[in-house]
Design a protein around this ligand. Structure first.
Ligand SMILES: NC(=O)c1ccc[n+]([C@@H]2O[C@H](COP(=O)([O-])OP(=O)(O)OC[C@H]3O[C@@H](n4cnc5c(N)ncnc54)[C@H](O)[C@@H]3O)[C@@H](O)[C@H]2O)c1
Length: 255
């Protein structure tokens, strides 16, 4: 990252952000971007994202690696308590951890269906449930969920699992936005289409071409572009925005 990015306005100075699924892809880009904006980033993944934390520190930012499976609600509760005691309660939660399913209904096992719901939906719920009491007590906070275009228009791979989980997180976003508004807590989501990450790297050349053709801006998003939108939605400039599921999709869906 360029030094001038680190030197830019510290929109998140003094803030603590928890980012789940931070080891790579979109989560890593968000962690880097938020650290560059002055936040202490608690970088959560199944295994400690140590490499990411080293690179953030090398760029002059602050980050802490934490190993946590977001589907384990008992462990989520304990970890959030420990982190609040050691640092301070988080100001911002980014629910980014997610897994994909590509199987159509004939080939989709019950186990796969449940695992997608468990990470994408229950994981986001577990994290919200653990951090919200701290935010309510302080009457401030921002929650940002990384969902997907598939949550709005159904899954382009025609798997019922992934898009359904993301649609449910969109509804969780709006439900919490309504409930938590009286505490000045905002709850929003970013809904990307295809992003240049490990998830999209598995595609055949044919599928990649077809996806690009369907996007008016004629390319996939870079993870940093999702991070820019994420930063906006938790920044002071977005303080009157809540319950929004923001399309960051090159124009692939305009709603
Ligand atoms: N890549 C895309 O094209 C795309 C498009 C739309 C939405 N998204 C969403 O963006 C988010 C990030 O996607 P990505 O492409 O960077 O994915 P990725 O697979 O590159 O990274 C996901 C991260 O989540 C972590 N993770 C998985 N299960 C976890 C669990 N139970 N607890 C904690 N961490 C866990 C993984 O270890 C991994 O580091 C996901 O929610 C995904 O659904 C991605």
């Amino acid at each position: 990252m360029a030094a001038d990015t680190i030197a830019e306005a510290k929109l998140l100075a003094e803030k603590i952000t928890i980012v789940t699924g931070a080891a790579r892809g979109i989560g890593a880009a968000i962690a880097r971007r938020f650290a560059a904006a002055g936040s202490l980033v608690i970088a959560v993944d199944l295994e400690e994202p140590s490499e990411l934390v080293f690179s953030i520190e090398a760029e002059g930012g602050q980050a802490v690696p934490v190993a946590l499976d977001v589907t384990d609600h008992g462990m989520v509760e304990r970890t959030i308590q420990q982190l609040a005691a050691e640092y301070a309660p988080c100001d911002i939660l980014v629910n980014n951890a997610g897994i994909i399913a590509r199987e159509t209904i004939e080939n989709l096992s019950h186990e796969k269906w449940l695992s997608v719901m468990d990470v994408n939906l229950n994981g986001a719920f577990n994290m919200c449930k653990a951090v919200v009491p701290y935010m309510q007590e302080r009457k401030s906070g921002s929650i940002l969920n990384i969902t997907s275009i598939a949550g709005k228009m159904g899954d382009i791979t025609a798997s019922p699992a992934y898009g359904t989980s993301k649609g449910a997180v969109n509804t969780l976003t709006r439900s919490l936005a309504r409930q938590l508004a009286e505490y000045s807590i905002t709850v929003n989501a970013v809904a990307p289409h295809a992003v240049e990450t490990d998830m999209s790297a598995e595609w055949s050349q044919e599928k990649r071409r077809a996806v690009i053709e369907s996007i008016p801006l004629k390319r996939l998003a870079r993870p940093e572009e999702i991070a820019d939108a994420a930063l906006f939605l938790v920044s002071p400039g977005a303080r009157f925005i809540t319950g929004e599921v923001l399309n960051v999709n090159g124009g692939a869906l305009m709603d």
